[in-house]
Design a protein around this ligand. Structure first.
Ligand code: PPS
Length: 299
């Protein structure tokens, strides 16, 4: 299947399969409600994980949504075409996801009380996950070689632009206690603890039993077995699971199997250069010393 080239939107390249001029205008004018909860991610940072977790937290552990509604309709993307189709079926409080940088959020978002959970993932694992995703998703541009893809990623010639621009935009918000930051690595390290942080942020007083139940249903294995979440409902012409799975490995540190020592220096110095002068620090050291340790303490 051949797709038209990416849509350009405020300098970002977006794949036309899921996005259109109309969906982007709809997102821009979307009427955000005070009770809305947005999960914000740069692609491949844990989006569908949160599409599983949020309905469970918001409902106090009711499994019906994750067992009966595909994840893209259950917690829709703000910028994608499906939102307009399913918006009236969303129950309050509504959960949405978005890959938008901060400045592209709808006007109504800024004056609302809607909450944001920003999920960050080590960019070295993000790029590996993205590389495989580009091989299996026919609506994305050919990634080229691993070396070529690394340059595209660092220069922002990929969907949703540079990873560093995304992170910077969401670190410089005026949202105060409306935003919480969490990392993919934190969720891997101790999922029940991460679920507890999220439920506390959302004002939910969940018992330990419910937290454990949610963590169980949000494990990689549970999600891989859930046809509403593993993308097996998507025809192979769009996502070719013979090339790679959407739920591919679900681990921290897979970059070690892909980066040469030269690529590690090139990648980390490019990222650090982009972040020069920033007031925040990353929760991972990109030189490869640690992947998980200290992440919890620093976020
Ligand atoms: S997308 O396309 O932006 O929506 O992708 P996104 O969901 O952000 O990221 C996909 C990666 O998240 C991993 N994932 C998980 N890891 C561990 N546990 C759970 N439950 C889980 N759910 C999703 C998924 O496997 C992709 O990472 P990789 O490294 O490719 O396996």
């Amino acid at each position: 299947m051949s797709w038209p080239s990416y849509i350009k939107y405020h300098g970002l390249a977006l794949p036309p399969g899921a996005h259109s001029e109309e969906s982007l205008e709809y997102a821009q004018n979307f009427a955000v409600e005070d009770t809305d909860v947005f999960t914000v991610t740069y692609p491949k940072s844990g989006t569908i994980w949160m599409q599983e977790l949020l309905p469970l937290v918001l409902s106090g552990g009711d499994l019906t949504p994750i067992q009966t509604i595909p994840n893209w309709d259950r917690v829709p993307w703000l910028e994608e075409k499906r939102l307009k189709v399913v918006v009236d079926q969303l129950s309050s409080p509504r959960a949405l996801v978005t890959h938008f940088p901060y400045q592209l959020m709808p006007q109504s978002f800024f004056s609302s009380k809607a909450k944001v959970i920003y999920v960050m993932r080590n960019p070295k694992d993000v790029i590996v996950s993205s590389y495989y995703f580009h091989q299996m998703a026919t609506f994305l541009e050919d990634p080229g070689t691993w070396d070529e893809f690394m340059d595209k990623f660092l220069e922002g010639r990929v969907m949703f632009g540079k990873w560093t621009d995304h992170v910077k935009s969401w670190r410089h918000t005026e949202l105060g206690d409306r935003i919480m930051y969490i990392t993919y690595e934190q969720m891997i390290q101790d999922l029940p603890a991460a679920v507890r942080l999220i439920s506390d942020f959302l004002g939910k007083n969940l018992s330990d039993k419910i937290i454990e139940k949610i963590a169980y249903h949000c494990s990689f294995n549970s999600m891989q077995a859930n046809i509403m979440s593993n993308f097996s409902l998507v025809p192979k012409v769009y996502m070719d699971s013979d090339k790679s799975q959407f739920l591919r490995k679900g681990v921290v540190g897979d970059w070690r199997k892909h980066f040469s020592s030269e690529q590690l220096v090139h990648f980390s110095s490019a990222i650090y250069k982009e972040l020069e002068g920033e007031r925040f620090t990353l929760p991972w050291s990109l030189d490869g010393a640690t992947d998980v340790a200290n992440v919890v303490a620093q976020v």
